[in-house]
Structures are given as C-alpha cells and as structure tokens.
Design a protein around this ligand. Sequence first.
Ligand SMILES: [Cu+2]
Length: 259
Amino acid sequence: MLNYLGLPVPASTHAGEIDEMIVLVHWLMVILFVGWGLFFVYVLFRFRKGANPKASYAGAKGKISKGLEVAIAVIEIVLLVFYAIPAWAKRVKAFPTENEAVVVRVVGEQFAWNVHYPGPDGKFGRTDTALVAPDNPLGLDRRDADAKDDVTTINQLYLPVDRPVLVHLSSKDVIHSFGLYEMRVKQDAVPGLSIPVWFIPNRIGEYEIACSQLCGLGHFRMRGFVTIQSAAEYQKWMADQLKELQPAARPAVTPATAR
Ligand SMILES: [Cu+2]
C-alpha cells in the first residue's frame, strides 16, 4: 500500500515506523469507507418507502451493528496505544545526548531558515537581537569567545548520515513549521521558544526544508535544503567553513579596490 500512497522516500531511521502507521490508518479508512458505502446502499434499498409505508421509530435492534461499532473502536484504540503513542513517546522522550548528536540551531524568519552550528567548541555563541542585520540574520555576537568558531548558513543545512541530529528550533517573527518530509519530521517553530527536535538521517542525498505553516505572503518561497553527506564529506565541509572564518584566509584587499 505504501507505493499507492505516494509518500516521499524514507530518509530517517524512524520513517518506517511513521509510514507503517499511515498505512494501517489508511487500510482502516478503506475498510470503513467501503463498508459504510455498501451499508448505505443496502439501507436505501431495505428501508425504501414501497416496502415500509409506515416508518419504524425504534431504530436498529440487531447485535451486528453494536458489534461492529465496538470492533472499530477497539481497532482505533490499538492504533493509538500500540503505534501512535509509543512512536510519539520516542520523539519526545528518547533524545540523544548533546555529545553523540550533531547539535544545530535553526531559526525561522519571514521567509528563510537560518542555521547556526556551534563549531568545534560545541558552544553556541551569544546572540542579540540588537545585532541582527542583513549580513547577520541571527544577531550573532562575533566578539563572544564561544561565537568565534560558530558557523552560520541560510536555507542550507548540512548533516552527516547515520548520526543523531538534535535541532533547537526557534523563530524570529511568526510561527513557522520545520518540515523535512523525507525524514518524517515536522515541528512548529514558535517565537520565544526553543523547541528540540531529533532524528537520524540514514540516506545520503539532497532534500528540501519546507515551511509547513502559512506564515505570510512569501511563505511559498520559504524553502531550504538539507544535504545529507557521508561523515567525511561533512567533516570536510565543516573544516572549509571554519577556514573561511579565519581572517588570514580572507582574500587580501588590493590597493586598487581599497580606494
Ligand atoms: Cu514560514
């Protein structure tokens, strides 16, 4: 049934679990839709005016309808208790530790995703709304010791494959929603809150970050990318970013352009 549903490729370790639940819910809905449809047609025929000139006000008395109602309720309880609640419990309880995970801040704004890596020291530098500027959308204070090695990107998240990722999600203005469809991740980004989200990407490739919450006129272009790389490629990317932060590595200003 998975193929018929047209779901995006699963690219995280928990994607299979979510898909399994979606498939089960769809099967239940198919059975209910067909069952109720057939029952409706049967009732139209069975209780037609020609055969029942006088209406019965007592209603159905058979045991089958009661039995069916109970059976459907039981199936729904099973889906909730054995699939939905355990899957959600893992999302909100079984967080990876900051040591084993790649920790990153993602801050939504109208209409972009700002990404903030803590750098080799593992500490996010100080940010201040007073420092927010077109070339510093996160308001990162580069004078802060913890901020010196911080790496920032816009609309582009790089992550290594097969390692837990811990995203601290926030927003600068309105409610956005961080949607990684292939990773079966979706979480609202709320101003004033830092909401943790975690997942383990397990498929190398380039995917989209979609804003899944109508957040303003430019909502349609609030689109970022997440690139899942091998551990070596990710290390290299990070090393390149850190190199760019070194003042010495910046291209020297020639006297001609300095004027
Ligand atoms: Cu948005």
